[in-house]
Design a protein around this ligand. Structure first.
Ligand code: 26Q
Length: 822
């Protein structure tokens, strides 16, 4: 009972925050709202009742936050993202509102623990991985730091697929996460927007003879907002995540319905509803899926209309609009917002091109998340023209004007124009979404120092030469609330016991832990907490993989999307190496290890799926060999998701961040593990570089080529020579090629072996193999000195403060958004 009544004197008093009030509301929702009795299995309903109890308290603060933002009339940001990987909400909201104790006690009266109840919430898996989870961490930080930022996304009926492992293979199952309803969403019908599709354009003249364009669309879709509350950490702020659901504009064709043509009557409805049906898995090549473009435009148009419409409620013109609004584009996925902003300002609000362009290019900001050329989005001009005829006209005009600018900077340089054009000059012209985003934005940022440098000097070097002032770096971060306070309560309270709790919102304060590295009492407690957390991991691995991990062993973990550039294959080569050593009795330099690999592969990515099968077969072989048991256990964790990570990062000793240098834009899992006291084995890639700088090279296991060295190696790469010159490597390759791991399916893993031996292997697995092995040997050495390991573990957490998303968001607010806290 602290401060919850301030500012509300003129309003009804806020709902109670003590045990009695929580218990009362829990019973109320359980018995009345949900209509349950004291029979049967109550857990699912208790989850709902607990959520509604918390939700009531969020709603009060939500209303107040909205009023506060409105009264202050400050600048606002719309964060546009096709993905928000939120995970569970109940525990997060309970802890952010400081209601853990009363909620525990109230649930205790029903005979249950908060954790048991929380288990009944499905993950909101509306994202693929890093990019989607980053958006979720950012929302948490924005609310905690009192920044008026609204997340805009799509309310997918089906999130990222559920991954089953059958016979070692990935099997994808639809993720119907909304089954049974979600207590966290509020439908706001009155704020629905109409989104146009298809048809044609025509010009018309107004009384003054000024030409205008009208888009006569023939496939309109309704966007219905579903708002999700985003509570800040113990600050009475609740921000909004607005997710759009697609529906048909008229419930169904009434004429067809009356004529009894139900199937015809429903097709329009189904077509419309398809748009928000399912999240696209992040594929290797992101080429032209029409439905994906429909999704992107649906999100962009509905969100921009939302902001513009509410602006027009209190303004007669757009003079001040750019000072009050900013749109952050989470990768190119919502880049169609650039021409859509132009369309809305010109065709709907009557502005001239130059006025509209001025507003667009002072409100849009673009974040890039990838260096892989195959992941850059392009849409065939033909498809854009058919689906969004008015937008193609605007894109063409943007392109014409831009090429004029290129020409004045590099006169008569046709090559430059071909390289930089928004619409490629080929037989089948393509719209380059990244270029559209850069040209339409006043800020372009990468997500780690190396990544931004590579954008400037590589992928976008022409644009950097043209507009150096637009480019800036914003190194990613993760929220310490979810990834330390809630995921690792034991470590969090240990830290707080010694240095107070200021670090929770000011993570740099963790540096104070450095002074405790020699404190024997503290060190012993640190180790005890890690051991306990590892027991949790053991339970998870037993339940999901049916493999027995031993908490006394070194826990070596690589969980992330499966991709060749992340090199789960390199990790697997090391596993095979260890197994060989065991079989040969050469265990003197070895330490007992449990190795866990987890992650989803894009359904169409055959190589990634084969890597999963290999990991599973290798794991089976090793786990059923009693000679290996004292030294090595291996498991593949099925269906890696946010909630699994909450158990994994507190219980990990060694974090694998082993991507080919220059390929991982940032990585964020690396930060979550570091915060929780794991040591990193990693390459000089993405944010690993900054992690190593922060913690000191002596506390980081570095290996592998640098980006520049990797580029040099690629020019004359001969993996076979590397393998032949290295007897141990040769033996491992022989095992991979000899059907040792797939006796029932000869040749199964040959494609993987070939990819390692391929002279065009851009991931350079063979080139980094020896260096990786040596780094793993250093890991084993240090592990044998548990005192030293403990010191390094504490120092990693102590240095992790800069990787709080609070730091990142402060930088976005200061450098890009020019945003003040409320
Ligand atoms: C595009 C077109 C069609 C279908 C899917 C996609 C698509 C979807 C998701 C393309 C890419 C993604 C996700 C990318 C992603 O997660 N990137 C990661 O972003 C993190 C946050 O910045 C970085 O830390 C990672 O390095 C980066 O890989």
């Amino acid at each position: 009972m602290k401060k919850q009544n301030k500012n509300m004197e003129h309003h009804h008093p806020w709902l109670g925050m003590d045990k009695a009030a929580i218990s009362h509301d829990l019973h109320h929702h359980y018995h009345l709202t949900l209509g349950r009795e004291n029979a049967g299995n109550p857990l699912r309903y208790l989850y709902q009742a607990a959520s509604l109890t918390i939700r009531d308290r969020l709603v009060e603060r939500w209303r107040q936050t909205r009023r506060c933002y409105l009264e202050e009339g400050k600048k606002q940001v719309a964060y546009l993202s096709m993905e928000f990987l939120m995970g569970r909400a109940l525990t997060n909201a309970t802890l952010n509102l400081d209601l853990e104790q009363p909620m525990r006690e109230a649930l205790g009266e029903f005979g249950y623990a908060l954790e048991e109840v929380a288990e009944h919430e499905r993950d909101a898996g509306l994202g693929n991985g890093g990019l989607g989870r980053l958006a979720a961490c950012f929302l948490d930080s924005c609310a905690t730091l009192r920044y008026p930022v609204t997340g805009y996304g799509i309310r997918y009926d089906y999130g990222i697929f559920h991954q089953l492992i059958k016979d070692g293979y990935q099997v994808e199952v639809p993720d119907h996460w909304l089954e049974g309803g979600s207590p966290w969403e509020f439908t706001v019908l009155e704020n629905s927007k109409r989104v146009k599709f298809g048809g044609y354009t025509e010009t018309w003249e107004d009384q003054n003879g000024r030409p205008h364009v009208r888009w006569v669309s023939d496939n309109d879709v309704l966007a219905i907002p579903h708002d999700i509350p985003i509570p800040g950490y113990r600050n009475d702020i609740v921000n909004t995540l607005r997710l759009w659901k697609a529906d048909s504009v008229d419930s169904f064709g009434l004429a067809d319905f009356n004529a009894g043509e139900f199937d015809v009557a429903f097709t329009a409805q189904n077509q419309a509803a398809q748009i928000s049906m399912v999240l696209y898995p992040n594929d290797v090549s992101v080429s032209g899926k029409l439905l994906r473009l429909r999704q992107q435009y649906f999100l962009s148009s509905a969100s921009l209309q939302d902001v513009l419409d509410s602006w027009c409620e209190s303004h007669d013109d757009f003079t001040d609009f750019a000072h009050r609004h900013c749109f952050q584009l989470n990768d190119t996925h919502p880049a169609i917002a650039v021409p859509e902003m132009m369309r809305l300002l010109m065709d709907v609000h009557g502005l001239h091109w130059h006025e509209a362009w001025q507003i667009t290019t002072t409100t849009m900001a673009y974040t890039n998340h990838t260096l892989l050329p195959e992941a850059l989005e392009q849409w065939p001009e033909k498809i854009v023209g058919r689906l969004l005829p008015r937008l193609l006209e605007i894109i063409q005009e943007i392109n014409r004007r831009f090429l004029r600018e290129v020409d004045s900077r590099w006169p008569a340089d046709e090559e430059k124009k071909r390289h930089m054009a928004v619409i490629t000059m080929e037989n089948e012209p393509q719209v380059r979404m990244a270029y559209l985003a850069i040209i339409g934005s006043y800020s372009v940022n990468g997500v780690a120092a190396l990544h931004t440098r590579l954008l400037e000097c590589g992928l976008f070097s022409n644009f950097y030469a043209l507009w150096p002032e637009r480019f800036n770096n914003k190194t990613n971060g993760v929220t310490p609330r979810r990834w330390l306070v809630f995921s690792n309560p034991a470590l969090a309270s240990l830290i707080t016991e010694y240095i107070g709790d200021r670090w929770i919102c000011q993570m740099e304060a963790l540096a104070q832990l450095k002074e405790l590295v020699r404190d024997e009492g503290f060190r012993a407690r640190w180790r005890a907490v890690k051991l306990d957390n590892k027991k949790q991991v053991c339970r998870l691995v037993m339940n999901r993989c049916n493999v027995e991990f031993d908490p006394a062993m070194l826990f070596d973990v690589q969980v992330k999307r499966i991709h060749e550039y992340k090199r789960q294959l390199l990790n697997t080569l090391h596993i095979i190496h260890l197994y060989r050593k065991i079989l040969q009795g050469e265990v003197s330099a070895m330490v007992p290890r449990c190795i866990l690999i987890g992650g989803k592969a894009a359904p169409g990515y055959a190589t990634a799926k084969l890597i999963i099968k290999l990991v599973n077969n290798v794991a089976d072989k090793i786990n059923t060999d009693i000679r290996a048991r004292p030294w090595l256990r291996v498991a593949f964790l099925p269906n890696h998701e946010v909630t699994a990570m909450e158990t994994l990062c507190p219980g990990t000793d060694l974090s694998e961040q082993i991507s080919t240098a220059g390929k991982e834009a940032s990585g964020t899992g690396n930060m979550k593990f570091m915060m929780n006291g794991a040591l990193t084995i990693g390459t000089l890639d993405g944010a690993n570089i900054e992690i190593r700088d922060a913690v000191g090279e002596e506390n980081f296991f570095l290996f592998g080529l640098t980006t520049e060295a990797a580029d040099a190696v690629r020019r004359d790469y001969r993996p076979d020579d590397i393998i032949n010159a290295d007897p141990e490597f040769s033996h491992i390759m022989q095992m991979l090629e000899s059907n040792f791991f797939c006796p029932e399916m000869p040749g199964l893993f040959l494609p993987l072996a070939h990819s390692i031996r391929d002279r065009h292997d851009t991931w350079l697995t063979a080139a980094d193999f020896r260096s990786y092995l040596e780094a793993q040997q250093r890991v084993a050495q240090v592990w044998q000195d548990q005192e030293r390991w403990t010191t390094m573990s504490i120092l990693n957490t102590a240095a992790s403060g800069v990787f709080s998303s609070d730091r990142t968001i402060h930088e976005y607010a200061r450098d890009i958004w020019h945003l003040e806290a409320c």
